[in-house]
Design a binder for this molecule. Structure first.
Ligand SMILES: Nc1nc2c(ncn2[C@@H]2O[C@H](COP(=O)(O)OP(=O)(O)OP(=O)(O)O)[C@@H](O)[C@H]2O)c(=O)[nH]1
Ligand SMILES: [Mg+2]
Length: 405
């Protein structure tokens, strides 16, 4: 509920009341009990409340019935999240994606009567407008056929925009790509800015970032790598939103390394990890190499938790995105993984008379296996492909020299 309050605040609403009901089963037609709905209706009257937001998704029929009984705009969690995205989308791609998700969300809800809507509209404050941004109210009156048409049109537009984007993406696909992913407000953009010296928007609000940003950085391995900052995830993320944002999340599922940033100072950090893993799974990115980065350690009141983290999440790292040395450590970790990924295993046979090459191999790479044979040494090495090509050339020269003799 606190998270819902934050979401409402992000959308520009002022939270007046929080209401809980414990029920054994969801009421099929009104979600909450009818007595509770009556209580809310009276509260709205008494406190001059314009908008009632539910933390769970409601069926179109439930919204319609609640609407009738409470006589206020009813919004569910998905509707609220979509509204925030609509208000924050900047790039053409993000705007199309959000509008598409909103229309898909709206489609089954078109049967409702929007009778008191126009009545409410005149007198309400800013909060009353939440949930009608984006496609807008006029769209609600258009029939399904038109909406379907619009969905088709937007899908096509999105493909065109994505087309341009994929070309850009391909041009740099041979570079190592790391993507910052994680729950909203975990500190991804803060870490991104610290690593790249970029000026991405950082805010103590949910969904500060919607569009991915990518920069190249030097991680000390003699070759730049790419790092991307991406949109944050949240629990019960509307399904349509995930599917329309798939293209924005290309950075996520085509990454060579995911940096899963976690706000360790948040009491629900474990649930956040779960949620992010579920969304990653939805995106087909759960098998990618990933590094858990526990952020905001500076806010921890009991540092004992850090030891537990190392035991529970082996290989994870802890940091504060506000501390330069920590950011440098993160950069180093990226470098180590990038380096390992770049190296490939090769099988080489080095004849005895080319022993100088053997020492070059020892200098430039890791020897995985070495077998001494009568004619020379057989090695399996982990090296950069370019280095191997150079070595092979030198080996060929030796072999041809031998043939000449
Ligand atoms: N104390 C402390 N605050 C941090 C740290 N990292 C980030 N923050 C703060 O946490 C808030 C959210 O940071 P962002 O970088 O915008 O988070 P994000 O993960 O990009 O969030 P979204 O873009 O909304 O998904 C901001 O107020 C940051 O200043 C940290 O290590 N320590
Ligand atoms: Mg961000």
């Amino acid at each position: 509920m606190n998270e819902l309050a934050l979401l409402a605040d992000t959308a520009g609403a002022e939270v007046v009341e929080q209401i809980l009901q414990v029920r054994r089963a969801i009421h099929p037609s009104t979600f909450i009990g009818s007595g509770k709905a009556q209580e809310i209706a009276e509260l709205c009257q008494a406190e001059d409340i314009d908008l009632v937001i539910f933390d769970d998704d409601l069926t179109p029929a439930q919204i319609k019935n609640l609407d009738k009984q409470i006589e206020r705009r009813i919004l569910d969690r998905s509707g609220l999240i979509l509204d925030i995205f609509a208000g924050r989308a900047r790039s053409r791609q993000a705007r199309i994606q959000v509008e598409l998700a909103q229309l898909q969300y709206m489609m089954p809800r078109l049967t409702r009567q929007w009778d008191h809507l126009s009545r409410q509209e005149g007198g309400v404050g800013s909060g009353g407008a939440i949930g009608v941004r984006g496609p807008g109210e006029t769209q609600l009156e258009i029939d399904r056929r038109l909406i379907r048409h619009k969905i088709k049109y937007l899908t096509k537009q999105l493909k065109t925009v994505e087309g341009h984007y994929n070309v850009q993406r391909k041009q740099r696909s041979d570079m190592f790509c790391a993507a910052l992913v994680g729950y909203t407000n975990a500190g991804k953009s803060t870490a991104f800015n610290a690593i790249t010296n970029a000026g991405t928007l950082v805010e103590n609000r949910l969904f500060a970032t919607l569009d991915s940003t990518t920069r190249s950085i030097d991680v000390g391995i003699g070759q730049d790598v790419l790092i991307s900052d991406t949109v944050g995830f949240i629990s019960k993320l509307p399904h349509h939103l995930v599917s329309s944002f798939k293209s924005t999340l290309t950075e996520v599922y085509s990454a060579d390394l995911l940096l899963h940033v976690v706000d360790i100072s948040h009491p629900c950090y474990e649930e956040h990890i779960e949620t992010v893993n579920t969304v990653l799974d939805d995106l087909g990115a759960s098998k990618l190499p990933s590094l858990l980065v526990f952020n905001k350690v500076d806010l921890l009141k009991e540092p004992g938790i850090l030891n537990r983290l190392n035991a529970e999440y082996p290989g994870s790292m802890t940091m504060s995105a506000l501390v330069q040395e920590d950011v440098a450590r993160l950069r180093e970790r990226i470098g180590i993984v990038a380096n390992e990924t770049r190296l490939e295993e090769f099988d080489l046979f080095v004849p005895h008379h080319a022993a100088s090459i053997l020492s070059a191999i020892y200098e430039s790479g890791q020897i995985v296996v070495r077998e001494d044979e009568p004619e020379g040494v057989r090695v399996v090495v982990r090296l950069e492909p370019a280095t191997v090509n150079r070595l092979k050339k030198r080996l060929d020269e030796f072999t041809s020299m031998e043939l000449h003799q």
